[in-house]
Design a protein around this ligand. Structure first.
Ligand SMILES: [Fe+2]
Length: 285
């Protein structure tokens, strides 16, 4: 009974057209029709859309979806979460249909981040087409990628994800925690920030270094602002770069991330990168 992977992310954004360009023309995801005419649905593999972007008055992450094995595991995890005094709500049939999952439940983690636990993705068997990529997105048993959120009380949020949801601590960087739940080095991270939790970072992985380079070229062509130059991380050894999403989330495109296949002791890193990842602040205005 544990989380299998990051399944999907749902965002509320203020500029849908910029996100269409960002998701489709920059990231190279496959845009598909979904249950809501106003939303953008992006597939990267055989799963239902991993990224769903909907209009909102304020930029927000409306859900971070983690996959569990089946209904039995969902029921058990929900009761474990409820035992922490956290209110959990079951997804309605309409919400399940729109997400293309068999069942899910939602709650706020102790940092205030909206979590959905789901099982039973509804597969449609139309092969994913990502023609901007020479290779493909790396998902499978490692899920969509990774996400990092903020929490005012990082330690309490960390404790919840490890003790209640079953994540494994992989490493720390000061008061930032990196947690895993499958061979991907980290699926989730928590970093401190005053106030309620907030999405700060999403990573997607591609199977070929050339696809990192081609994404760099597309960022330049499309005027997507660069955040971190090409570099190699010290924790997951990923070769990657970061850009700013329209609302300045740090979006990373990476290759060759470390797979952790045995239990390994946690460690503290003192630099984020072996080389590269030179930072540029967000554009003003
Ligand atoms: Fe990352």
């Amino acid at each position: 009974m544990a989380i299998r992977s990051l399944g999907y992310i749902r965002l509320g954004v203020t500029d849908m057209e910029r996100w269409r360009v960002f998701g489709e023309d920059f990231l190279g995801m496959m845009r598909v029709e979904g249950g809501d005419q106003e939303s953008l649905y992006f597939r990267i593999d055989h799963y239902p859309p991993r990224l769903v972007v909907s209009p909102a008055g304020e930029p927000t992450m409306s859900a971070m979806g983690f996959e569990v094995m089946n209904e039995r595991d969902l029921v058990q995890l929900v009761s474990t979460v409820e035992a922490e005094g956290i209110k959990v709500t079951a997804g309605t049939p309409a919400e399940c249909a729109e997400r293309r999952v068999t069942g899910f439940a939602r709650f706020l983690d102790p940092g205030g981040n909206p979590v959905e636990l789901f099982y039973g993705p509804v597969l449609d068997h139309v092969r994913v087409r990502t023609p901007l990529l020479g290779s493909s997105f790396v998902t499978g048993d490692m899920g969509m990628g990774h996400a990092i959120v903020t929490a005012e009380d990082v330690k309490a949020t960390f404790d919840f994800y490890v003790r209640v949801l079953g994540f494994v601590e992989r490493n720390t960087a000061g008061s930032t925690y990196f947690l895993g739940c499958n061979p991907r080095h980290h699926t989730f991270g928590i970093t401190p920030r005053p106030g309620p939790g907030k999405l700060v970072h999403i990573m997607v992985e591609v199977a070929d270094l050339d696809d990192v380079g081609l994404a760099l070229d597309r960022a330049a062509e499309l005027g997507v602002p660069m955040m971190n130059t090409l570099g190699k991380h010290t924790n997951d050894h990923m070769v990657s770069f970061y850009v700013y999403s329209p609302e300045f989330y740090a979006i990373e495109v990476g290759w060759n991330g470390l797979r952790v296949t045995a239990e390994e002791p946690t460690y503290e890193i003192t630099e984020g990168a072996f080389w590269g990842h030179k930072f540029t602040p967000p554009p003003v205005g």
